[in-house]
Design a protein around this ligand. Structure first.
Ligand code: SF4
Ligand code: SF4
Length: 432
């Protein structure tokens, strides 16, 4: 599927200069009872119950942690339904009918600056855990875990690179809420004991540079700098970003925290601001809908749990009767959707909708492009062969499949249009 998208890798410009459209009153929201990191979940509510925004309506259970489920609108619980999750899997969701009163749970009182100044590292961890903040750039990694380690952190690196083609949700977030980003950096530095923050953006985005440097004049005492990194993919892979921005090479298998660096994505940093200052969980997010198959590519600000079909309608619907290729997430790392019956979860950045173009996979010509382009130094063509041979041992020990970041570069550069990333995905599962 990724190879099918190759002709149109250029168009962040479809959306990044357009203001974000607010759509915060859907008729219903759908909240996942489970996700990739938490295989089971329980609900505290039943059909007919009235809930308020931010109310804990359930709990997801994972092997290492639990995650509260927060209502993102006030209204009435309808029941549970099956819909597609951003992972591409059919998943159980709790459905809430929005009463459009935007009533917050009384528990959520903003903190004063004095209260925040007194928060300890342990307090930050508890708040982030309670608010279920996760990597909103798509990683879905629980943020509190990044704050509970004992490694001394010198530098907080903010990943504002958003390097996948087409996506501009973070781009608009920075342009429209630079103050929240700065405040989020300030709180994260306090929690980590970090001495400085480096916000990493792509070199070519002058608008981001101008906005951030202008905003920094309002925070003269904060040790925050803006660093312009490369325009290429996958510059947003944290290992690449750290190397370019800080000149530090993070060895394979080593966490940046071991080298005194902690990384947060832009949306996560703004989410952290809301958790600490407003004492609120993430109930809304920026979401890009774009591609040559949709009438009006747009960035929306939506409630977590909004149905994708509703957003497609708002964006003018499909622009033709052609078959569509749909990807939830970016074109390089996102998941293919077989139907548009999906939901915008907390970690859903975007949906790319394209008119399908026919590409035929051809036999490998041993050109080596996939090997040269792999940022992790792997051999995708050999990985494909090992998957075909069901050779788990080679995948694990010789081909180091666990270092694959599923970036999509091998598929993108393959001369024969082979979906190598799909083989990598399968190889990872085989080697478990
Ligand atoms: S998907 Fe994996 S194997 Fe392919 S280029 Fe990216 S890291 Fe390398
Ligand atoms: S890029 Fe494609 S054709 Fe070239 S070696 Fe890799 S798998 Fe074979």
């Amino acid at each position: 599927m990724i190879a099918k998208t190759r002709e149109i890798y250029r168009d962040k410009r479809l959306t990044n200069s357009l203001p974000t459209v607010r759509f915060l009153d859907p008729e219903y929201v759908y909240l996942a009872v489970t996700n990739q990191r938490c295989a089971t979940g329980e609900l505290y509510v039943k059909p007919g119950d009235h809930v308020k925004m931010g109310q804990k309506i359930g709990l997801r259970h994972g092997p290492f942690f639990e995650q509260p489920i927060h209502a993102t609108v006030s209204g009435e619980v309808v029941g549970t339904v099956k819909k597609f999750h951003r992972s591409g899997k059919l998943t159980e969701f709790v459905q809430i009918k929005n009463d459009k009163k935007e009533e917050w749970d009384e528990e959520y009182k903003p903190r004063t600056d004095e209260e925040i100044a007194k928060l300890t590292k342990e307090d930050f961890v508890e708040i982030l855990k309670d608010k279920a903040l996760v990597g909103l750039g798509g990683s879905s990694f629980p943020t509190y875990i990044k704050f509970q380690g004992n490694d001394p952190i010198e530098t907080l690196a903010i990943n504002a690179v958003e390097c996948e083609p087409y996506l501009s949700a973070d781009h608009r977030l920075i342009l429209e809420f630079p103050d929240l980003l700065m405040q989020g950096c300030k709180y994260a530095m306090q929690a980590l004991g970090a001495k400085r923050t480096v916000i990493c953006i792509k070199k070519k985005y002058q608008d981001l540079y101008d906005t951030l440097t202008a905003e920094l004049t309002r925070f003269p005492n904060l040790p925050i700098e803006v660093c312009r990194v490369g325009n290429y993919y996958p510059q947003g892979w944290e290992i690449e970003m750290i190397k370019t921005a800080l000149g530090v090479k993070v060895p394979a298998g080593v966490l940046p925290a071991k080298l005194g660096i902690q990384v947060l994505n832009v949306s996560t940093t703004v989410g952290l601001y809301r958790a600490i200052k407003q004492n609120r969980p993430v109930v809304e997010r920026n979401f890009t809908i774009t591609g040559d198959g949709i009438t009006t590519p747009t960035n929306f600000r939506v409630k977590v749990g909004t149905s994708l079909q509703e957003i497609i309608t708002l964006a003018g619907g499909y622009n033709s009767d052609d078959n569509k290729v749909m990807i939830l997430g970016g074109p390089m790392m996102g998941a293919n959707l077989v139907r548009d019956d999906a939901v915008v979860t907390k970690t859903c950045t975007s949906c790319i909708i394209m008119n399908e173009k026919k590409y035929t996979e051809e036999p490998c010509v041993r050109c080596g492009s996939c090997v040269y382009s792999c940022p992790a130094g792997l051999q995708p063509v050999q990985i494909m062969q090992a998957v075909k041979n069901n050779d788990k041992d080679a995948l694990k020990n010789k081909l180091n499949i666990k270092s694959c970041i599923l970036c999509g570069m091998c598929s993108y550069t393959c001369t024969s249009k082979i979906h190598l990333t799909e083989y990598c995905r399968k190889g990872k599962k085989l080697a478990l």
